[in-house]
Unconditional design. Sequence first.
Length: 292
Amino acid sequence: MKSGFISLVGRPNAGKSTLLNSIMKRKVAIVSDKPQTTRNIIQGIYNDDDTQMIFVDTPGIHKPKHKLGQILNKEAYSSAMDVDIILYVVDASSEFGRGDQFVINFLNDVNKPVILVLNKIDKLNQEEILKKISLYKDLYEFSEIVPISALKEKSVNYLIDVIKKYLKDSIKYFDDDTYTNVSLKFLISEYIREKALMLTYEEVPHSITCITDSIEDNTNNLSISATIVVDRENLKKIIIGKNGEMIKKIGIMARRDIEALLGKKVYLDLFVKVVPNWKDKEQFLNENGFSE
């Protein structure tokens, strides 16, 4: 039995959450085109016959422009320091820039195996992939370089085999049927937040939050009530939409994911609440158990 903790680090939108979901064969982290969608440290627990891997999905490392960005970076740094292996996930279809160098500078301070994961190779030809490998191998002494496509699930199984070579622990940290460390309420909240970000795109900032207020488990179905929290009245209007059309779409899409997760019919009631400033919002989140 081999086991260990593996952190996924990289720039925003590199595909870390998509990779985690691909490895886990289920959705444990939400995906969005917006930077810093992942705001909480989420663990996905992968089990097979001889291995347990605890993957830690982190907020994208970036040069912060505001307090939220500073907090997210701090979480990502802390997570990377407390694991056994680091996967540096790169969007191979994007040009190398200052943000990439920012992450590599951070990696210079770590003393553990770092595997470079060149993601989104489905957008490149073979020659372009080889150029990316050549570029990155001269910038840092990576333990391995693995080109993949998380979205297409290309070479993800090979990546798992590569990771296994660097696992040293022999402790089983979680039961075989445990696949994440976060609560059901948190997962449902994240599914709803993902759909709100997806459908409103640039109109609504990534700082919106969703709270699962209650889950009533009936024999053949679940009744779920949730609140989307925004900080301005105009954002509430956008989330609700004309004649309630937007919040209806959010609910329909989120419900599909929740039903797929739980294997039950779901009745989902969504509400929108305005909390004007961060202090009040933080108090609201604590009172509603968001820290779970």
